[in-house]
Design a protein around this ligand. Sequence first.
Ligand code: PXP
Length: 241
Amino acid sequence: MKTLNVNIDHVATVREARAGKEPDPVSAALSAESAGAKGIVCHLREDRRHINDRDVQNLREVIQSKLDLEMAANEEIIKIALNLKPDLVTIVPEGRMELTTEGGLDVAGNTEKFKSLTDRMHSKGIEVSFFVEPDKKQIEASLSCSADMVEFHTGNFANANDENIEKELKKIISASKIAFNSGLKIAAGHGINYLNIRPLCLIPEIGEFSIGHSIISRAIYVGIEIATREMIEVISKSSIK
Ligand code: PXP
């Protein structure tokens, strides 16, 4: 069964709107876990706009499932990750002005840097995933950098109109086959919601989904536990058995 990792960044976004103490992303993570999430994802950004250093420490101490630290390949954050020892780091591109991660990482354009990052993470027992476009060149580059996993950027698929949605879906389908046949684990993330996840569930090679915005948005009305459980139910019902 495909598993769900819940990104709790936006719980911290609401907290930071008042620079206060609530809502607490760690409590949200525990609720997501008790609803069946198999992983908790958070992005420690260079500008600390939502998740902060204390959050990642607290998450490391209390969560029982997989901790996936999303991060840019920035030396300050790399050092924090090496000390924190999350189960997985997902390496993403990061731009100061962006509202959220806007696209995949260009691993192919800097394999030396990314190979060295992977080696440093592996030396501490931390697995490495690269957040890339569903593209053969980036998959091969990730493999050459000793990645354990790739996460395909599904933003273009999620934002596609009726005319190009099939084309975007096909890119994810064929990239998943290539990555899977290379021995990489596969996740998908960005812009996934309770409806558009259905065709992605039919891709057998995808093992995990990393979802934040739609679950946290739904949680405003029904709470994190129900919002998480509902997403797990959609995944279960939509996946090939
Ligand atoms: N995966 C990665 C690598 C991301 O950067 C994000 C956004 O933080 C997500 C998944 C989750 O995207 P969304 O919030 O649109 O579900």
